[in-house]
Design a protein around this ligand. Structure first.
Ligand SMILES: Nc1ncnc2c1ncn2[C@@H]1O[C@H](COP(=O)(O)OP(=O)(O)OP(=O)(O)O)[C@@H](O)[C@H]1O
Length: 707
C-alpha cells in the first residue's frame, strides 16, 4: 500500500494522494505496519472484517487510476493493486482470526518482503521505461535534424560540383546557435584545397540565392585537405549593435574584442606581438571603431594607450575631456583618471611621444634582461606592473606615405617603433583612409600589422581587399555596404565579414568612469627612461590646446564678487582653472582641492622637480597643469612656518600638520612646495632621509642652494 494521506494546503482536511511515492522499503514498511495496526484495532473493537477488504479494494482502484494518469506500465499497476489487495486480504483474515499469532505475524512479514521486492522491481522497470522513452525522443529529434543536415550537405555537394567543378565530401554540418547560418566541414577530393572553392564564393552565394549581405565563404579546415564553408543566411551586418555594457577587465593576453562576426562570434585582436591596421574611408565608421578600440584598451588592466591624432586630437579628446572637465565621477564620488594615458595632437607632441616610446623600449631591453632570463623568454612578460603601450595613430598610414618633411620625421619614428619594440611590449594601431598600394606597399606594415580591419561602407575606391587580406578570396566590398561593417582578419581568425559595435559618447564617459581605477601606471624602469616628457604630459602648457579647442562653457558673470562664479565646477578638475588666474581664484582653489584628491587617491602626480629625487618617479597622471599654486594662502602660510623654524628648520610632515585644519593641505603637497623652494633657492635641505629638514635661505646663509 503506497498511498499516503497528505494535507492539502489549499483545501481543508486531509485528502488521499494516490500518486504519492514510496521507496520499496518504506512502501513495504508502511503497508505492513498499516495493515497490522488496522488488524489489531479491528480485532480489539470487533470491526466487521469486510471493511478492511473494502478499503483495500478502494486503495487498489485509486492507485490504478493514479497510475494510469501518469502512464505507468501495466505490470506496475498490477503490482500496486495486488499489494493493496494482499494487504487488505491479510487484514481481513487477521481481524477474523486474531493478528497476534505467529502465523499472522509470520505471514505479514512475508507479505512485507514480497511487497518490497515487487515495488523495487517495478521501480526499476519504470525507470528503464522512462529512459528508453527519452532516448527514443532524442533519436527522433536527431533523425529530423540530420535529415535537415543531410539535405543541406547534399545541396552543397551538388552546387560545388556544378559551379566549382570539384567533388567534395561533407563531414559535418553545424548550424549556428544564432540561427543566422551554418558551416560545412568539407573534404575536397583530388588534392584540391579550400582556396579553389573560395574563388567561387560569389557564384556560390548567388546560386544559393542568399539574401544581400550574406555570403558563402571558404576558409582552411583542420588540415590542408579540408575546408570550412561558412554560409550566412541572415544579414546581421545591417543591424546596429551597441557596445556591450559589460565593462569588465580585459588583458592584452586575452585579446580585445573589436566586433562580431556574422555568426555572432566575437572577434578579438591579440596585440601582444601584432600591430594593427584599420582602414576606412570617410563616413565608414572608422572614428567609431577607433573609440571602440580605445574602449577595449581602457578596460585592460595591463595596457596604456597613447593616442596621436594630428587632426586636432579628436580621436582622443572624448577620453580625456570628461575627466579633465570634472564632468564625471567614480561610483564612490571620487574624481576619475582619463581613459587614455597620453594624447598628442601636434607634430612636436607626437615626436615627443614617439621618442619616449623608443626610449622606453630601448631601456626595457637593457633593464629587463634579468627578468627575461628568469622567465626564460625573449618577450617581455606584460602585466599590470609592466604594462604594454599601445600607440594609436589616427590616419597614421597617411603619415607614413606623406612626402611632407615633418611627416617624414614622424613616419621614420613610427616605423622604428614598429620594427624595434615588439618584444618590449610597444605596438601600434594605425588607421588609414584607404587600403591603397601606398599604404600596404610598406613592408614593415605588411609584416608587423597582421591584425587588419577594412571598414568599407560600400566604398570601392582605394579599397583593395586583395592586398589587405592576401590569400583570402571572395571578399567583396559590396558584401558589407553598411556603416561600421567590413572585414577583419587576424593571425588567429581569417579575414571575414564583421561588424563593429556602435559606441556613443555617453558610453565613453561611462567607460572612463568605470575603468578609472583599473589603468596601470608605467613601470618604474620605463618611467625612468620616459623622463619629464612623459611625467609632464598633462602640464598646463602641454594641454592648453585642449582648452583652446574645447573651451568649457562659462556661466553668466556673477554680479557679486563673493558669489561662486562657477557653481557647476563641483570637485572636478575644470579646465577653467587654466584660465587667467587673477580672475579665477575660486576655480584655482577647487582645482587645487581636486589635485589634492588625485594625489591622495592615486599618488600619481609627480612634483615638477621630480628629477631631484628619482625615487619619487611616480608615473601616471601629472595634473600639474592645474597647479598654479604660487602664493596661495596655504603656500604662504607654509613659507611663514619655514621662516619661523629658524636655523633648526622644519619638515614636510610638521608643516602639513600645521596647515591641515585650516587649508586641508597634505604632506605630499608640502613636499612639492619644499622641493620647488630648494630648487629656486628659497630653502635649503639639511640632512638626509628621515633626518632631512628644510631651512629658509635667510637662516642658512652658508649653505649653497641646491637647484
Ligand atoms: N558600428 C556602427 N554601427 C552603426 N552605425 C555606425 C557605426 N559606426 C559608425 N556608424 C554611423 O556612421 C556615422 C559615421 O561614423 P564615423 O564618424 O565613425 O565615420 P568616419 O569613417 O570616421 O567618418 P569621418 O571621417 O567623416 O568622421 C556615425 O555617425 C554613425 O551614424
Amino acid at each position: 500500500m503506497t498511498s499516503t494521506a497528505t494535507a492539502n494546503n489549499n483545501s481543508s482536511g486531509p485528502v488521499l494522494d494516490w500518486a504519492a511515492g514510496h521507496g520499496p522499503v518504506t512502501g513495504a514498511l508502511s503497508a505492513t505496519t498499516g495493515a497490522f495496526a488496522v488488524a489489531t484495532t479491528g480485532a480489539a473493537t470487533g470491526m466487521p472484517p469486510g471493511w478492511a477488504l473494502a478499503v483495500g479494494a478502494a486503495g487498489a482502484i485509486g492507485h490504478t487510476v493514479a497510475g494510469l494518469r501518469v502512464r505507468n506500465a501495466g505490470r506496475t499497476l498490477a503490482t500496486r493493486a495486488a499489494s493493496w489487495l494482499v494487504g487488505a486480504g491479510w487484514t481481513t483474515w487477521a481481524i477474523t482470526h486474531g493478528p497476534l499469532t505467529w502465523a499472522a505475524l509470520g505471514s505479514l512479514a512475508t507479505i512485507g518482503v514480497g511487497i518490497g521486492a515487487a515495488a523495487r522491481s517495478t521501480a526499476l522497470y519504470e525507470e528503464a521505461r522512462e529512459e528508453e522513452a527519452i532516448a527514443a525522443q532524442q533519436r527522433q529529434i536527431a533523425r529530423e535534424l540530420s535529415a535537415e543536415r543531410r539535405a543541406i550537405a547534399a545541396e552543397w555537394v551538388e552546387r560545388i560540383q556544378r559551379i566549382c567543378n570539384i567533388t567534395v565530401r561533407v563531414l559535418a554540418v553545424e548550424k549556428w546557435q544564432t540561427g543566422t547560418g551554418y558551416s560545412l566541414d568539407l573534404e575536397p577530393q583530388g588534392g584540391i584545397t579550400y582556396d579553389r572553392i573560395a574563388q567561387y564564393s560569389v557564384a556560390l552565394s548567388a546560386d544559393a540565392k542568399l539574401p544581400h549581405g550574406c555570403t558563402a565563404t571558404a576558409s582552411p579546415g583542420i588540415h590542408q585537405g579540408r575546408a570550412i564553408l561558412d554560409v550566412t543566411t541572415v544579414n546581421v551586418l545591417k543591424e546596429d549593435c551597441f557596445y556591450p555594457d559589460d565593462y569588465g577587465p580585459l588583458s592584452v593576453l586575452t585579446g580585445i574584442p573589436w566586433g562580431v562576426r556574422t555568426n555572432g562570434d566575437i572577434v578579438r585582436a591579440y596585440l601582444r606581438e601584432q600591430c594593427a591596421l584599420v582602414v576606412g574611408p570617410t563616413g565608414s565608421g572608422k572614428t567609431n571603431l577607433v573609440h571602440e578600440i580605445l574602449a577595449g584598451f581602457a578596460r585592460a588592466e595591463d595596457m596604456l594607450t597613447w593616442v596621436i591624432d594630428l587632426n586636432a586630437g579628436s580621436a582622443g579628446l572624448p577620453w580625456v575631456l570628461p575627466a579633465l572637465n570634472g564632468e564625471i565621477e567614480r561610483e564612490d564620488g571620487k574624481p576619475v583618471r582619463p581613459g587614455i594615458d597620453w594624447l598628442a595632437a601636434s607634430h612636436e607632441e607626437a615626436m615627443l611621444m614617439l621618442d619616449t616610446a623608443l626610449a622606453i623600449g630601448l631601456h626595457r631591453k637593457k633593464a629587463y634582461q634579468g627578468l627575461l632570463a628568469e622567465k626564460n623568454t625573449d618577450l617581455l612578460p606584460i602585466s599590470a606592473k609592466i604594462p604594454q603601450i599601445l600607440l594609436v595613430i589616427d590616419e597614421g598610414a597617411e603619415i607614413l606615405t606623406s612626402t611632407d618633411r615633418q611627416m617624414k620625421q614622424l613616419a621614420a619614428k613610427i616605423l622604428e617603433v614598429i620594427r624595434m619594440l615588439r618584444a618590449m611590449g610597444i605596438r601600434t594601431i594605425l588607421t588609414a583612409l584607404g587600403a591603397t598600394g601606398s599604404v600596404l606597399g610598406n613592408l614593415m606594415i605588411r609584416r608587423e600589422a597582421k591584425v587588419r580591419v577594412a571598414l568599407t561602407g560600400g566604398e570601392t575606391e582605394g579599397m583593395d581587399l586583395g592586398k589587405m587580406f592576401p590569400g583570402r578570396r571572395g571578399l567583396r566590398v559590396d558584401q558589407a555596404p553598411y556603416k561600421g561593417a567590413g572585414f577583419m582578419g587576424t593571425p588567429e581568425s581569417p579575414a571575414a565579414l564583421f561588424k563593429a559595435w556602435r559606441i556613443l559618447p555617453n558610453q565613453i564617459r561611462d567607460i572612463v568612469a568605470a575603468t578609472s581605477t583599473r589603468h596601470p601606471t608605467l613601470d618604474a624602469v620605463s618611467a625612468q627612461a620616459a623622463g619629464d616628457a612623459y611625467a609632464q604630459r598633462w602640464d598646463a602648457d602641454r594641454i592648453a590646446w585642449m582648452r583652446d579647442a574645447h573651451p568649457v562653457e562659462q556661466p553668466p558673470q556673477s554680479p557679486s564678487k563673493d558669489a561662486d562664479p562657477h557653481p557647476s565646477i563641483g570637485g572636478g578638475l575644470n579646465l577653467r582653472a587654466l584660465r587667467d588666474q587673477e580672475t579665477d581664484d575660486q576655480a584655482d582653489q577647487l582645482a587645487r582641492r581636486f589635485m589634492r584628491e588625485i594625489d591622495e587617491r592615486f599618488g600619481t602626480t609627480p612634483e615638477p622637480d621630480r628629477d631631484n629625487d628619482p625615487s619619487d618617479n611616480m608615473p601616471g597622471l601629472n595634473l600639474s597643469a592645474l597647479r598654479g599654486e604660487q602664493d596661495s594662502p596655504a603656500q604662504q602660510a607654509a613659507l611663514a612656518l619655514l621662516l619661523a623654524a629658524g636655523r633648526e628648520g622644519t619638515g614636510a610632515s610638521a608643516i602639513a600638520r600645521a596647515l591641515a585644519d585650516q587649508y586641508g593641505t597634505t604632506r605630499q603637497t608640502v613636499v612639492g612646495w619644499l622641493k620647488a623652494w630648494v630648487k629656486d633657492g628659497t630653502a635649503v635641505r639639511v640632512g638626509e632621509g628621515t633626518k632631512a629638514r628644510y631651512v629658509h635661505r635667510q637662516h642658512a646663509p652658508d649653505q649653497p642652494p641646491e637647484g
